[in-house]
Design a protein around this ligand. Sequence first.
Ligand SMILES: CC(C)(COP(=O)(O)OP(=O)(O)OC[C@H]1O[C@@H](n2cnc3c(N)ncnc32)[C@H](O)[C@@H]1OP(=O)(O)O)[C@@H](O)C(=O)NCCC(=O)NCCS
Length: 182
Amino acid sequence: MDVTCTIECDLSDRMAEDIRQLQQAAFPTAEEFLTQRWWHTPLSDNERWVGARTGDKLIGSVRLLFRTITTPAGELVVGGLGNVCSHPDCRGQGVASACMRAAAEVIEREADFGFLFCGETVRDFYAKLGWQTVSNVFWMLEGGSDGPRVSDTPHGYAMIHPGRQSMDDWPKGEIDLNGPDW
Ligand SMILES: CC(C)(COP(=O)(O)OP(=O)(O)OC[C@H]1O[C@@H](n2cnc3c(N)ncnc32)[C@H](O)[C@@H]1OP(=O)(O)O)[C@@H](O)C(=O)NCCC(=O)NCCS
């Protein structure tokens, strides 16, 4: 298995379509992935796609975007992880973990913390990889950049990973994501 990290602006049309098809297979009920590679936050040129391949086939993928969030301790850059998935035919073989480890290396270099939202069913998967649950109130724009500002409750758990800062430096209190979730 080869794991690579590609900047959005360098993705070929073929790679972009491989990612969309993998996400469609991994999240079969998400209508978004019939036509695009993102949920709520549109793509930007400097974000990264970690991809795991065997031969020509993309079998795992993670989206990593960068967002400046506002916290009681000031502004922080988070590496926001999303669209974490492996192909249904390749589960339990370490594919998604390999992608997560590659994303964590980028976060450690380029962001203050890694940050993700997840549901109960995958919380242990992330915890095994060193992610920790945090319990701040998060403000975000609902349903895209023109939605109302809402505090998070429907997203299950917020989890962080150390980046340039250690877990102990994660601030307490209310945090504004300064945009929609991803
Ligand atoms: C969750 C998912 C990404 C895991 O991918 P995977 O390639 O099977 O994961 P790995 O093989 O790297 O698993 C690593 C470890 O996590 C465990 N694990 C895998 N899925 C898990 C889950 N849903 N809950 C808890 N642990 C899980 C594995 O058993 C393995 O444990 P081990 O190291 O003790 O053997 C994959 O099932 C998936 O794509 N699901 C659908 C999309 C999804 O829900 N993504 C998460 C969005 S927040």
